[in-house]
Design a protein around this ligand. Structure first.
Ligand code: SF4
Length: 837
């Protein structure tokens, strides 16, 4: 009998990993036509070129750090070919995406920064003069010397790249500034903060792993992984897996809809309503996993309901520093510490020593009683019956079912609560630690270059500004990742003035919610220096630009680990090509060594190695990880394990060491937030997104939601790739989408230009519009970062970048989410009108 194969199964069973999801659109014909090579009027194809050498490296275009191999043509004017370099044993978990296929364009890109530059004219004009490295380094050192005795006045913004860690370590440990940050507050902070409530410590995207390979049901919320930046581990595991059923909730048709069994449109910022209703169904219909809850969570913990405090805590007999707690033992009807009880009761209300008590589980049940599927339908637009069905399916497929751990959590005000409640749903069905559930990845600890070089470091004498803001309204702000709080400090001069800014591979103006405030802060600094490879929106405001090589043009002093790894995959980044002639760049290691010579000569000698022989450090790191360095050199990558860890690794950093469904520490800190629609209410609750607070959307009003794509990485140099820009056009991703009927009512048709105006700031952006029935009527959406607005100034140009998309940061107000100290970049209303020619 012939078997029928569905389109979805076909896609899954073909190696769609980085292909069917769209990256193949970055195709060879385009590469060759962009390279514009012809011989005797014939287009040259890959087959006509001899590739006689292969070199290894690790891609740093996004945070995944995939191992890659690069095929080098004998004719050096021909394009290099970049492919995934799978680690033996890890093939089923990973694939590199198509983005590094653009690397051939980059060495000679017209927007590459080719020499050190010093600003001429006013900040913001974007006018620079070219200079020598000696003059540039002397100038930077001379300016930084002013703050060497007050290093807290220096702020370091270091984002990605091989050496973000080294830059941070250098400025903190050698120069002594406590003020180091990257971009988590505008990216994953809401997710990390939500998971802090369950596990006692923030957990970023790489801290938990969705075991798609063995899953039976994946309910995607808050993320379309295949449209995401780090799409390939997901895609590869799905393609190699058993064909999990996929149900996707999104504000638009997600790219994963090709593979999903169904997708469901949901109003922007209302995923939280849906997961609260899942909790309601799973608890009320007794669909939870009692055994998991009793073994690994504090669900049976007794709480005094008059004071909302644990009834009794005692030192844990096994886990030092942890506490066990009083429960009701159903076996004999007595109150006991959990470690002594035979059958702790989950649902219980009673009295203990004359005071009312309830279990954590009972309090959870009561807290979600009002969040019925009907209630959630009114808020989210998702039909009541669909919510019930998905909740039941989650329980039926458990533990091989989950709402993924997720990624970006800085779109809406309620994102921390959403990720917390999604985590509680996963715990209720017992998917944590299970094969096919959410598991803990294996990570290797790579010793830092400064440790290996034995560089004498100092401890910053001043407290960081984040510590200040944690006491002043943002207690959950993540250490070292609060870039918006840094901007606030610069503008308000609290707790002390910040005078100098070091910006490494970070595009502050484009990346900060409320770009005009970032611009203002940069103008206020006495001195700023930017290390980068290409122009970006931040460049017009800095005093000095130090040009870096592209990651494939030098060997860094460090091994790298794939960020989303579940099996500790270690790559050896190596130089693949020399920078072309006329490009005068230096590696971060060389720059730091030169700065040390000028600012801290006493440590310069010990830093010399990162400038002159970084491979020695890589070799030393490999030895510490017990990896044969010579073998690593011949292969480029090694996976230290072949399987993720399938167990719940207690104790966690919570008071009890367990997964806390009501976090005891947060319960005592935020008791005053109980019964309020607050992001830090210790109990799960509905928190409306900001945009819902001022009533309904008007006829021409939308919520501006930017999303991601497997083609670009926001703010990174590949935004300005010719190949990417052409691909975005082909794929109709060079504009914004709105719901067809709403567009027609506004008199719009496909390809029209619109002006999108922020209702809060009045900022405007011009975009191309497409109409689609597969977008929620409340949303206007496009790929993040494809519009520099008015930041193309002076010498600062983006030759190929799409300029007709959206960057919500340019429209949004500089608003920091209460308590959490992060962004809510898509939680804003905009007005849309047709551009009048
Ligand atoms: S997923 Fe990220 S690191 Fe991996 S190949 Fe693509 S852009 Fe590079």
């Amino acid at each position: 009998m012939k078997q029928r194969i569905s389109r979805r199964d076909f896609l899954k069973t073909t190696a769609f990993a980085s292909l069917a999801i769209g990256n193949l659109a970055l195709n060879d014909n385009l590469i060759w036509s962009i390279n514009n090579r012809s011989r005797n009027n014939e287009t040259i194809t890959e087959n006509a070129v001899q590739y006689n050498e292969t070199r290894f490296s690790a891609c740093t275009i996004c945070v995944q750090f995939c191992p890659i191999k690069v095929r080098i043509p004998s004719d050096k004017s021909m394009p290099i070919i970049v492919e995934h370099n799978p680690a033996p044993g890890a093939e089923k978990y990973f694939a590199a995406c198509g983005r590094p296929r653009v690397l051939f364009e980059m060495p000679n890109h017209p927007d590459r920064i080719r020499t050190p530059l010093i600003r001429e004219g006013g900040r913001g004009d974007g006018k620079f003069r070219s200079t020598t490295w000696d003059e540039a380094l002397d100038y930077v050192a001379e300016n930084l010397k002013k703050y060497i005795d007050k290093p807290e006045q220096i702020a370091v913004f270091a984002h990605e790249g091989y050496e973000a860690g080294l830059i941070k370590e250098f400025f903190k440990g050698v120069i002594g500034t406590p003020n180091i940050t990257d971009h988590a507050d505008t990216c994953m902070a809401g997710n990390a903060q939500g998971k802090r409530f369950l596990f006692g410590t923030p957990i970023g995207p790489g801290g938990l792993y969705s075991d798609c390979l063995n899953a039976c049901l994946i309910v995607l919320m808050g993320r379309d992984p295949i449209s995401g930046m780090v799409s390939t581990p997901w895609a590869k595991s799905l393609s190699a897996g058993k064909g999990a059923r996929i149900i996707a909730f999104d504000i638009k048709r997600p790219r994963i809809a090709d593979l999903a069994d169904e997708y469901i449109l949901v109003a922007p910022g209302t995923d939280l309503a849906v997961v609260l209703a899942f909790m309601n169904v799973i608890i009320n219909e007794n669909l939870y996993n009692s055994n998991f809850l009793i073994t690994y969570t504090n669900a049976p913990m007794l709480i005094y309901t008059d004071t909302m405090e644990p009834v009794k805590l005692s030192d844990h007999p096994i886990y030092s520093g942890k506490k066990t707690y009083l429960v009701y033992d159903r076996k004999d009807g007595k109150y006991k510490f959990k470690t002594d009880a035979l059958d702790p009761q989950l649902e219980y209300s009673g009295e203990y020593e004359g005071r009312p008590v309830k279990t954590v589980f009972t309090l959870l049940k009561e807290s979600v009683e009002k969040y019925t599927p009907k209630w959630a339908e009114e808020i989210s637009g998702v039909p009541e019956e669909k919510i019930k069905e998905v909740a039941r399916l989650l329980a039926a497929y458990a533990p091989q079912a989950f709402i993924p751990h997720g990624y970006k959590g800085a779109r809406y005000r309620n994102e921390g609560m959403f990720y917390r409640v999604a985590g509680i749903v996963n715990a209720l069905i017992g998917s944590y630690g299970a094969k096919g559930g959410i598991v803990w990845p294996r990570k290797a600890s790579i010793p830092s270059p400064l440790t290996i070089m034995n560089v004498k470091t100092v401890k910053p004498s001043a407290k960081s500004i984040v510590e200040y803001w944690q006491k002043e309204g943002y207690p959950l702000a993540l250490d070292g990742t609060a870039s918006m709080l840094f901007i606030k400090s610069i503008l308000e001069e609290k707790p002390y003035p910040i005078k100098a800014g070091i910006i490494y591979n970070q595009n502050l103006v484009s990346h900060i919610q409320g770009s005009s405030k970032a611009e203002e802060a940069l103008k206020k600094l006495e001195f700023s220096v930017m290390f980068d490879v290409m122009w970006n929106e931040t460049a017009p405001f800095v005093d000095v630009i130090l040009p870096l090589p592209f990651f494939f043009e030098y060997t860094p002093p460090t091994l790298v680990q794939a960020a989303q790894t579940n099996i500790a995959q270690i790559s050896l980044p190596m130089k693949v090509l020399d920078p072309p002639s006329g490009v005068d760049v230096r590696t971060p290691g060389q720059i730091l060594y030169e700065l040390a010579r000028r600012l801290k000569p006493e440590v310069a000698d010990s830093l010399k190695i990162i400038a002159e022989n970084p491979e020695i450090i890589q070799r030393n790191q490999a030895e510490k990880l017990k990896i044969d360095f010579d073998e690593l050199k011949t292969r480029g990558v090694v996976a230290l394990y072949t399987e993720p860890l399938y167990k719940v690794p207690i104790p966690f950093a919570t008071v009890t060491g367990e997964i806390e469904l009501i976090n005891i520490d947060m319960l005592s800190k935020f008791k005053d937030q109980l019964n309020k629609p607050s992001v830090v209410n210790p109990l799960p609750c509905w928190v409306p997104p900001y945009y819902m607070e001022d009533g309904k959307l008007g006829d021409d009003e939308f919520v501006a939601v930017d999303t991601f794509s497997p083609f670009i990485t926001p703010n990174a140099f590949i935004r300005d790739s010719n190949l990417i820009s052409q691909t975005m056009k082909w794929e109709r991703m060079d504009g914004v989408y709105i719901n067809y009927n709403r567009g027609v009512k506004l008199g719009l048709k496909d390809g029209d230009y619109v002006i999108i105006e922020s209702l809060e700031t009045g900022a405007k952006i011009r975009a191309k519009v497409y109409l689609s029935n597969e977008v929620h009527p409340h949303a206007i959406t496009g790929i993040h970062g494809l519009n520099p607005g008015s930041y193309e100034r002076g010498d600062v140009k983006f030759t190929y970048m799409t300029k007709t998309g959206i960057n919500t940061n340019l429209l949004a107000p500089f608003k920091i989410v209460e308590y959490e100290g992060r962004a809510a970049q898509c939680d804003l209303k905009v007005r849309v009108r047709r551009e009048v020619a």
